[in-house]
Design a protein around this ligand. Structure first.
Ligand SMILES: Cc1cc2nc3c(=O)[nH]c(=O)nc-3n(C[C@H](O)[C@H](O)[C@H](O)COP(=O)(O)OP(=O)(O)OC[C@H]3O[C@@H](n4cnc5c(N)ncnc54)[C@H](O)[C@@H]3O)c2cc1C
Length: 479
């Protein structure tokens, strides 16, 4: 296994569970790839960026279970929003109404939207639900094109569609394939009651992967950190060996390359990455940035566990002190306690942060602090003890219209060499779920080639209510 991000780890743990001896080589000194945490020089541990999962991410949930990390991710049923004036709205599922109507009561009372906005949104959501999540004629168009086609108001686009999708997909609506945007709403908000639930780790991200090493070693495998691979050798259309940066050659029955899409072409023979070859189009996949801003205040300034912001550059604020406290209390999050004698640690997230990339750290901190005054007035008198900005310029691949044609599948026609990575052809956008899916698909392909087929891929959440009925109807009427 080359690469110890979520794709490599999910694949390695599944293969170890299937009884294989896995040797995992990771270039960096820690596991988790982009979804990890590390210690700053002053001793504080920070996530590379806050990562959240959703109830509909069934493969990631399965991976966390295998890694013994599922109890370290807490799910929240209520979503919190704040507008420019700091007014709060919430959204949660009603237990009384069947999907796709289960979010309707929250939506009706969602103060940030006008009646016209709500009517337009309801019409578009119904169109998605009635089509079983697959409206027709969306091939190659952007989400913004589809929203215009559905006659969405400006308020609906800015304060609803954009708010959900830019953070879910890390891209602006005009650069997002409509299929991805529609899928988010179908899988998270319309198809089933629990798809929208937000899962947030109650520990630093790296702590989620402690069980992976154990699972691999238990089966006689090994995990090597600071062990970058510089070359994948292929001979007669078959994987031969991986060459580590120190020159060691590592042979194996099967190799899974779970490295980022920009890295892989540099590791394989030219014949695989030149024009017309299986990896010839990978370099066309573009990336989008995410900026994380970490603030430590000298006192409590926020009570909610997290907040989604409308009409601001900042999109999410995570109350890390509270999210971690859930773990240390063992209280399951029931408590609203924030220890006012201690600092409070917040993490802000800005996806598709193209405008922030050229800005200085100071400018970004000032901008975010100004925005906090709108929604967390207690920050006015609080002292900002420490601040860190982490810009991930190539955070995720851009889900631009038509991007799927550049994404290779796990099997690229080289015997005993398979690919994993959120960027491979999983049907999902660049998410931890996409990475876990790719890892499971690669593990399935490897075992099938060894004559030991096994299934790891998890089904989506079962459809419920009217959504299930409509999806079945569409399936039976479409060719
Ligand atoms: C800032 C940010 C915020 C995000 N927020 C979310 C979120 O909230 N929810 C969500 O679902 N997703 C989120 N994502 C996306 C998520 O992190 C990725 O989709 C997922 O982690 C990708 O996993 P991967 O294993 O495919 O790739 P990576 O995590 O990139 O793993 C690849 C691994 O390969 C290693 N490697 C590279 N070259 C070599 C080599 N030559 N030899 C050996 N090893 C090598 C790398 O060091 C790395 O560990 C976010 C991403 C970023 C950057």
């Amino acid at each position: 296994m080359i690469g110890g991000g979520l794709a490599g780890l999910s694949s390695a743990v599944a293969l170890a569970d299937a009884g294989l001896q896995v040797r995992l080589f990771e270039k960096r000194p820690h596991l988790g790839g982009r979804a990890t945490s590390y210690t700053l020089p002053d001793g504080s541990e920070v996530d590379n960026c806050q990562h959240v999962t959703l109830g509909c991410c069934t493969n990631l949930a399965d991976f966390y279970r295998r890694a013994g990390a599922d109890s370290k991710v807490r799910f929240y049923d209520r979503l919190y929003f704040a507008d420019r004036q700091g007014r709060r709205s919430t959204m949660e599922a009603s237990a009384l109404l069947p999907p796709p109507l289960h979010m309707a009561p929250s939506f009706l009372f969602f103060g940030a939207l006008s009646f016209a906005d709500r009517r337009a949104i309801a019409k578009a959501l119904l169109a998605i639900a009635r089509s079983g999540g697959s409206p027709q004629d969306i091939e190659g168009i952007s989400m913004l094109d589809w929203l215009r086609r559905m006659k969405q108001t400006r308020g609906a686009i800015e304060r609803f569609w954009r708010v959900v999708l830019v953070s879910a997909l890390d891209e602006e609506l005009d650069r997002t394939d409509a299929r991805y945007g529609i899928d988010v709403f179908w899988k998270a908000f319309l198809g089933s009651r629990g798809g929208y639930r937000v899962g947030i780790p109650s520990v630093p991200l790296a702590d989620l992967y402690e069980g992976c090493r154990e699972a691999i070693v238990r089966r006689g495998g090994e995990v090597k950190l600071r062990a970058g691979v510089r070359e994948i050798r292929v001979c007669d259309g078959q994987f031969k060996c991986a060459v580590l940066e120190d020159g060691t050659e590592v042979a194996a029955d099967v190799c899974i390359a779970a490295v980022p899409h920009a890295t892989l072409p540099g590791l394989v023979p030219k014949q695989l990455s030149e024009a017309g070859a299986p990896l010839g189009d990978v370099s066309r996949i573009r990336t989008a940035p995410i900026t994380g801003v970490h603030f430590w205040f000298d006192r409590a300034v926020m009570t909610e566990p997290f907040l989604t912001l409308l009409d601001h550059t900042t999109q999410w604020i995570f109350n890390k002190s509270k999210l971690y406290q859930v773990e240390s209390n063992g209280a399951g999050g029931a408590s609203d306690l924030v220890d006012s004698r201690r600092t409070q640690y917040l993490q802000l997230v800005i996806s598709a942060s193209y405008d922030l990339v050229p800005r200085s750290r100071r400018e970004i901190i000032d901008l975010c602090r100004r925005e906090l005054l709108d929604v967390l007035p207690a920050t006015r008198d609080a002292e900002l003890v420490k601040a860190t900005v982490i810009k991930e310029v190539h955070a995720t691949f851009s889900p631009e219209p038509g991007v799927d044609r550049w994404r290779p599948a796990q099997d690229i026609g080289v015997r005993n060499l398979y690919l994993a990575g959120d960027w491979t052809r999983t049907g999902w956008p660049a998410t931890m779920e996409g990475a876990a899916r790719s890892g499971y698909l690669a593990a399935e392909a490897a075992l099938a080639a060894m004559g030991r087929p096994q299934r790891f891929l998890q089904p989506d959440l079962p459809l419920e209510g009217l959504s299930k009925h409509w999806a079945q109807r569409v399936k039976s009427t479409r060719p």
